[in-house]
Design a protein around this ligand. Structure first.
Ligand code: TYM
Length: 397
């Protein structure tokens, strides 16, 4: 077995749908840049977390095809296949991921997983709806008269405000448990499997988009918890701030949906109008940019709060140009013709996709399969070695 002493950079991209430009710029490109320029200094692991791909519902008849397609996307994005420090694999081909997950499960707390933002979002817990429903249920149980009395004294601040809040909170907690009842245990457990993915290989750097920051923190927490209890079992990934410094960014990336820039661009979204997929027809993608939601301010500024749509386009513009945001801003700041500005970004998107798709067509599938199989054999040994240490530590071996 090859002993790996170099720092490990690792990331995974689910195969629940085609990848979009958020996935590309948030996670794929940072690791591929490292693979192209620094592969000799690091071990680079890029994998498809296929077990994570159905934590939310998918069409399972498409999964196998999507997994293979995503692997090809990695190569089209520039991943070199001829370097022995670079490893590509499918999570489910390395059973140690599932086994370590179970062990970590027994040291993870229900409370900490229940606080994960992604779980709350994806399990459909809607706070506003909950507050209204809680109020309706409380009114039903306590009677309109009592509720009016409580509301009245709250308005008049007679000190009863806390009582009303307590009641509402009690009902909201009931609803949280109820709402989450319909989501899978897999969705709840998702961060533990992700921690196993990271800790099995001793990864120090994990490029992810901003939405995964909390999961990365969890991986650090559980690694430290296990180390405190059982001795130095795991490499603890670097704190998020250091990760950003390492990848030359000041924060995690969050590309927004073009139609609703208050939400992140997400491949589990029902409508694809606001998403630019890497497989989109370039002309259609340009149209998506032209119909992106903007604002009534009427001048280009980077103002995420008040001009989220324009700010998102500026961000996409900078990423596609490979330039710092400030440089792009200098050029467009104050521009009043949104159509012209969007046209520029649309052209860029079109050119990027045309070029990317040409590369995709010329991926050498035989070389990809050969690399995949050799990486998987090697990574299975690496993962099993870590798993064995953990099994010994917890008394299973
Ligand atoms: P996934 O497949 O949902 O997303 C893949 C990567 O893309 C990033 N991302 C974004 N970045 C910027 N803007 C966006 N709109 C945007 N949407 C998604 C995600 O943050 C992610 O980095 N849990 C992971 C997959 C995973 C993983 C791992 C990652 C499983 N195990 C171990 C790292 C290490 C996920 O959500 O992937």
């Amino acid at each position: 077995m090859k002993i790996m002493t170099k720092p490990v950079i690792l990331t995974g991209l689910r195969a629940n749908n085609d990848l979009h430009i958020g996935n590309y710029f948030g996670a794929l490109l940072p690791i591929i840049d490292m693979a192209k320029s620094h592969a000799d200094e690091y071990e680079i692991n890029l994998f498809v977390p296929d077990l994570h791909s159905f934590t939310t519902p998918i069409d399972h008849s498409q999964l196998q095809g999507q997994i293979m397609r995503n692997l090809k996307l990695f190569v089209a994005a520039g991943l070199p296949l001829d370097n022995e420090n670079i490893h590509i694999y499918r999570q489910s081909f390395i059973p140690a991921h599932s086994e370590l997950t179970w062990i970590l499960d027994c040291f993870a707390y229900f409370g900490e997983l229940n606080r994960m933002i992604q779980f709350k979002e994806k399990s459909g817990i809607d706070r506003e709806k909950q507050a209204k429903e809680a109020l309706a249920r409380a009114t039903n149980d306590l009677g309109q008269e009592r509720m009016d009395e409580l509301l009245q004294s709250t308005v008049q601040s007679k000190g009863n405000d806390k009582e009303l809040l307590k009641i509402i909170l009690k009902y909201i907690q009931g609803l949280t448990a109820e709402d989450a009842r319909g989501s899978s245990v897999g969705l709840f457990n998702y961060p533990v499997l992700m921690a196993a993915d990271i800790l099995l290989y001793g990864a120090k750097y994990v490029p992810v988009g901003e939405d995964q920051t909390q999961h990365l923190e969890f991986a650090r927490d559980i690694a430290e918890r296990m180390n405190n209890k059982f001795g130095e079992l795991f490499v603890v990934p670097e704190p998020v701030k250091k990760q950003h410094e390492f990848f030359g960014k000041d924060q995690g990336l969050r590309i927004k949906d073009l139609q609703d820039p208050s939400r992140k661009m997400s491949k589990s979204e029902a409508s694809d109008k606001g998403i630019i997929f890497l497989g989109d027809n370039p002309d259609e993608a340009a149209k998506k940019v032209m119909s992106a939601a903007t604002d009534s301010v009427g001048a280009v500024h980077f103002d995420v709060e008040n001009q989220p749509g324009i700010s998102n386009l500026l961000q996409i513009h900078a990423l596609l140009a490979g330039k710092p945001l400030e440089e792009v801003l200098q050029h467009h700041e104050g521009q009043t013709n949104y159509g012209e500005f969007k046209g520029k970004v649309a052209d860029q998107v079109k050119a990027f996709l045309s070029d990317f798709q040409t590369k995709l067509e010329s991926v050498d599938e035989a070389a990809l399969m050969a690399k995949l199989q050799s990486s998987e054999a090697q990574m299975r040994d690496k993962a099993n070695a870590t798993l064995l240490e953990v099994q010994k530590a917890v008394g299973l071996r």
